[in-house]
Ligand binder design. Structure first.
Ligand code: FAD
Ligand code: SF4
Length: 326
C-alpha cells in the first residue's frame, strides 16, 4: 500500500472543508472495509494523498426517532442496524438487508454510509494492479468496458450505460423500497435526494468533497408489509446475484400501494413499476402475485451471459410476496 496521511474530523462541515482544501486528492474513510482493499490493490485512477476519517464524527452515528421520520446517521454500523429495536420493529426490510451483508466482523466495522457509497464489485475493475497490470475501463477514466464482450454474468441487465456494473449495496435496495432520502453535505450546503438518485452508471453522484450525513425513512403506514430477500451463489457470505425489497400496503385484502425494488440488476436500486402496477388494485393472493412476478424486469436488456437474472428476480418476487400472506 502506498503512503497516505490520515486526518480525524469531528464534524461533517470540517470534513467537507478539509476535502475542499485537498483539491480532490483526499478520500473519506468510514469503516475502511471497502476502501482499504481498494487502496491495497491500487485500483483508483488517482491514489489519495490523505484519508479523512469520518468515524470521529460522533453526531453521525445512531438512530433517532423524529416526528414521523426515523433518521439514521451515516456512521451507524451495520451491526447496530440489524439489532436496533426501532429498525427491527418498523423497518424489518432494512434490518434484514443489513444482516445479509458479509460477516459479523465486517458488519461491526462497516457503516451504513460506507455501504451505500462502496465502490463497484465488477471483477474487471477489481482486478489487482499487481497481478499482471492495470485493467483500465470507462469507470477508471479510459479504455473499453471489458464486461460488454467479456464475462458479464454478474453485471446489470437494465439501465447500464458505458459501465454495466450493478450497485452492490444491499441496504440501498431496502432503503429505496422504504422511500428513504439521504442528506448530502457539500461546499454549497446540504441537499436531500431519494436514495436511488445518488447512483449513476459510473458510481455515486457525490462530489469528492461531499459527505453523506444521514438517511431519513418515513414511518411506514400501519397496514403495510415489508421485506428483503437476496439470492447469492455462496451462502451465507456473498454479494447478491439479485435481491428484492418490497413494501406493500393492503387494505381489506386489496393492494393499494406497492414499492418493489430489485438489487444487483442495475446501477441503482431498480424500481419495477410493471410489478407495482400489476399488484395495485388486485386482491393480494398467490394468483395476483404470480401474475405480477411475471412482469419483473420486463424492460431488461440483458448482456450475453446474464439473462438468467430475470428468472431469479421473478422467483424472488413470488417467494418474498407470498411470505407476506398471513
Ligand atoms: C468479504 C466482503 C463481503 C461483502 N459482502 C457484502 C454484501 O453481501 N452486501 C453488501 O451490501 N456489501 C457487502 N460488502 C461490502 C461492505 O458492505 C462494505 O465494504 C461496507 O459496507 C463499506 O462500509 P465502510 O464503512 O467500511 O466504508 P469505507 O470502506 O470506509 O468506505 C467505502 C467508500 O464509501 C465512501 N464513504 C464512506 N462513508 C461515506 C460518507 N458518509 N459520505 C461519503 N462517502 C463515504 C468512502 O470514501 C469510500 O469510497 C462486503 C465486503 C466484503 C469485504
Ligand atoms: S462494467 Fe464498469 S467497472 Fe466493469 S469493466 Fe465495464 S466500465 Fe469497468
Amino acid at each position: 500500500m502506498k503512503y497516505f496521511s490520515h486526518q480525524n474530523v469531528t464534524s461533517a462541515k470540517e470534513g467537507v472543508s478539509c476535502a475542499k482544501d485537498c483539491n480532490g486528492k483526499a478520500s473519506f474513510i468510514a469503516g475502511g472495509t471497502d476502501l482499504l482493499g481498494i487502496l491495497k490493490d491500487n485500483l483508483l485512477p488517482t491514489y489519495p494523498e490523505k484519508l479523512i476519517n469520518l468515524k470521529t464524527i460522533e453526531a453521525l452515528a445512531g438512530v433517532e426517532n423524529l416526528d414521523g421520520v426515523v433518521r439514521i446517521g451515516a456512521l451507524t454500523k451495520l451491526s447496530a442496524l440489524e439489532r436496533d429495536l426501532e429498525i427491527t420493529r418498523n423497518f424489518p426490510a432494512l434490518a434484514s438487508a443489513a444482516a445479509s451483508v458479509a460477516t459479523p466482523e465486517i458488519r461491526n466495522a462497516a457503516t451504513l454510509g460506507g455501504n451505500l457509497c462502496q465502490d463497484t464489485r465488477c471483477w474487471y475493475y477489481r482486478y489487482p494492479n499487481h497481478m499482471g497490470g492495470r485493467m483500465d475501463c470507462p469507470r477508471k477514466g479510459s479504455g473499453p468496458c471489458h464486461a460488454v464482450l467479456g464475462d458479464n454474468r454478474y453485471h446489470s441487465v437494465v439501465d447500464g450505460k458505458r459501465c454495466f456494473a450493478p450497485c452492490p449495496s444491499d441496504t440501498a435496495v431496502a432503503l429505496a423500497a422504504l422511500g428513504a432520502t439521504v442528506e448530502v453535505l457539500g461546499i454549497e450546503g446540504a441537499k436531500n435526494l431519494p436514495i436511488e438518485e445518488i447512483y449513476s452508471p459510473m458510481g455515486t453522484v457525490l462530489k469528492a468533497e461531499e459527505i453523506l450525513t444521514h438517511i431519513d425513512i418515513p414511518a411506514p403506514p400501519p397496514e403495510s408489509i415489508q421485506g428483503f430477500k437476496k439470492f447469492t451463489v455462496r451462502k451465507p457470505i456473498d454479494f447478491a446475484i439479485v435481491s428484492i425489497a418490497a413494501k406493500v400496503n393492503i387494505t381489506n385484502g386489496i393492494v393499494d400501494g406497492a414499492n418493489i425494488f430489485f438489487g444487483a440488476v442495475a446501477p441503482q436500486p431498480y424500481r419495477d413499476e410493471a410489478v407495482e402496477s400489476a399488484l395495485i388494485g388486485e386482491k393480494f393472493d398467490t394468483k395476483s402475485i404470480a401474475k405480477a412476478a411475471g412482469q419483473a424486469l420486463v424492460k431488461a436488456k440483458p448482456l450475453s451471459m446474464n439473462a438468467y437474472k430475470i428468472d431469479i428476480a421473478r422467483t424472488l418476487t413470488v417467494e418474498l410476496l407470498e411470505s407476506f400472506i398471513i
